[in-house]
Design a protein around this ligand. Structure first.
Ligand code: S3P
Length: 172
């Protein structure tokens, strides 16, 4: 009989590929993907950028933690993908661990900068010097990302399929 597979829980900075890899894993593992940013947007009826602008970052962070608590109570197999800032809060780190195998998709600041150049959907990167902001945020979050990761993948030069292959090996 096939052994129970764990749920992949994708973490990593903005632009690390969590959403794309999540969709690919969902297809390959035949289970739904739960993306916390999208769930929060749906519930609030607002885009992330609108939530930040109208209600503030603290409000968004509360919704994130609340949602993780709820997801922890669900019993069906999923692929989880969470916002880039989720692991910063220690309570969230514990909640992420409870969801499954936490996979940190690690990227270099330059990769993020190239991938998200011109993006307007990330409120934290709307500034005069996004590369400096990216560097600062990645550095300040480094310990948090690493502390809750079961697996760390350096994904700058990896294709989606290769990342998915590696993650599937870890959850089986
Ligand atoms: C954030 C990352 C975003 C989103 C919000 C804040 C962050 O998610 O949750 O804009 O603090 O890094 P993605 O990593 O999916 O872009």
């Amino acid at each position: 009989m096939k052994q129970k597979e764990k749920n992949p829980v994708l973490t990593g900075f903005m632009g690390s590929g969590k959403t794309t890899v999540g969709i690919r894993l969902s297809y390959r593992l035949r289970r739904p993907v739960e993306d916390t940013d999208r769930l929060i947007e749906r519930r609030e009826g607002l885009r992330i950028s609108e939530i930040f602008a109208e209600k503030g970052e603290a409000y968004f962070r509360e919704r994130e933690t609340e949602l993780l608590r709820e997801l922890g109570a669900r019993k069906y197999p999923c692929v989880y993908s969470v916002g880039g800032g989720t692991p910063v809060n220690p309570e969230n780190r514990a909640l992420l661990k409870g969801l499954g195998t936490v996979v940190y998709l690690r990227v270099r600041p330059e990769t993020v900068y190239e991938r998200l150049r011109g993006d307007t959907t990330r409120p934290l990167l709307q500034c005069d010097n996004p590369l400096e902001r990216i560097r600062g945020l990645i550095e300040s979050r480094r310990e948090a990302y690493e502390a809750c990761a079961d697996v760390i993948l350096d994904v700058d030069d990896m294709e989606i399929e290769e990342i998915s292959d590696r993650i599937i090996l870890y959850v089986r």
